[in-house]
Design a protein around this ligand. Structure first.
Ligand code: PEP
Length: 258
C-alpha cells in the first residue's frame, strides 16, 4: 500500500531564525505521524544545515529545491549532489514550474539533474504540470507525457523507484486556485497509466504521485482522498506550522481509514 507524503517547498522564503523555528515545530508535530504519513521539508540552501540540525532524530525528512548535475568543480553558484547529501538531504525537488518557466529549465536539463541525483543517492520529487493556456487548448495530457518522457529519459525502473512525481498545474501554483479533486485525479490517473506503460503496472502502483497547487487545510482532505493522490507538495501553506500541520493531519485521518 502506498503511504502519504506531505512535502513543504519553502521556496525563497524564511530567515535562518524562522526556518529553524518552523523546523522545530514540525519536528514536534511529526512525532505523531509515523504510521502512513511521511513529512518532508525543502528549505532554501543556506538554511539546510541549521534545519537538518533541528530535525535531527525527528521523523521529518529534509530535501533541497534544486541541484546541479555536475560533480563538484568550477560551476560558480551551483550546488552538487554530494553537497546536499553532506547536508543530510534525502530528497531534491526537480522541474518545479518556477525553474521551468522563470529560470528556463528544459526537460533535458531536468533529466540530467534527475539522473545525477539518483546516481548520487538522492530521491527526486519530479514536478510536471501544464500552463493554463495548455489546459484550455486540451493539451494537458500531451504536456504531461512530454515532461515525463523528458524527465525520465534513460532512467531504468530500478532507478525510477527513487522518484516521486508531483502533478502541479502551473495555473494553480501560488494563485489560490486549486484543481478540483476530479481534475487532479484525472491527471494523476493519467500519470500512473503513463508509468505503467513506460515501466510496468506493478511498478506504477507503488509510485507516489503528489498534487501541488494551492493546497490548504480546507481542500486537503478532498484532494488527498482521491485514489491516485498520494500526498501534496505545498508552497505557501507550508511556511507556517499552523497551516501545514492541518494538511498533514488530513493525510493522517485518511491513512487511518484505509
Ligand atoms: C509549489 O510551490 O510547489 C506550490 C504548490 O505552491 P502553492 O502551494 O503556494 O500553490
Amino acid at each position: 500500500m502506498r503511504r502519504f507524503l506531505i512535502a513543504g517547498n519553502w521556496k525563497m522564503n524564511t530567515t535562518r531564525q524562522s526556518a529553524v523555528a518552523l523546523a522545530g515545530e514540525l519536528a514536534t508535530a511529526g512525532s505523531n505521524y509515523e504510521a502512513g504519513v511521511e513529512i518532508l521539508v525543502c528549505p532554501p540552501y543556506p538554511y539546510l544545515i541549521p534545519v537538518a540540525e533541528k530535525l535531527s532524530g525527528s521523523a521529518v525528512q529534509l530535501g533541497a529545491q534544486d541541484v546541479y548535475f555536475e560533480a563538484p568543480g568550477a560551476f560558480t553558484g551551483e550546488v552538487a549532489v554530494e553537497m546536499l547529501k553532506d547536508c543530510r538531504c534525502r530528497f531534491v525537488i526537480l522541474g518545479h514550474s518556477e525553474r521551468r518557466h522563470v529560470l528556463g529549465e528544459s526537460d533535458e536539463i531536468i533529466n540530467r539533474k534527475l539522473r545525477a541525483a539518483i546516481s548520487g543517492g538522492l530521491q527526486v520529487v519530479l514536478c510536471v504540470g501544464e500552463l493554463l493556456s495548455e489546459r484550455q487548448a486540451g493539451q494537458t495530457e500531451e504536456v504531461l507525457d512530454r515532461q515525463m518522457q523528458g524527465g525520465l529519459s534513460g532512467v531504468a525502473e530500478a532507478d525510477a523507484a527513487n522518484v516521486v512525481i508531483a502533478y502541479e498545474p502551473v495555473w494553480a501554483i501560488g494563485t489560490g486556485v486549486t484543481a478540483t479533486p476530479e481534475q487532479a485525479e484525472s491527471a494523476h490517473e493519467h500519470l500512473r497509466n503513463w508509468l505503467a506503460t513506460r515501466y510496468t503496472p506493478g511498478f506504477s502502483e507503488n509510485v507516489l504521485i503528489l498534487y501541488g497547487g494551492s493546497v490548504k487545510a480546507d481542500n486537503a482532505e478532498s484532494l488527498l482522498g482521491q485514489a491516485n493522490v498520494d500526498g501534496a507538495l505545498v508552497g505557501g501553506a507550508s511556511l507556517k506550522s499552523s497551516t501545514f500541520v492541518p494538511i498533514i493531519e488530513a493525510a493522517r485521518k485518511l491513512s487511518a481509514r484505509t
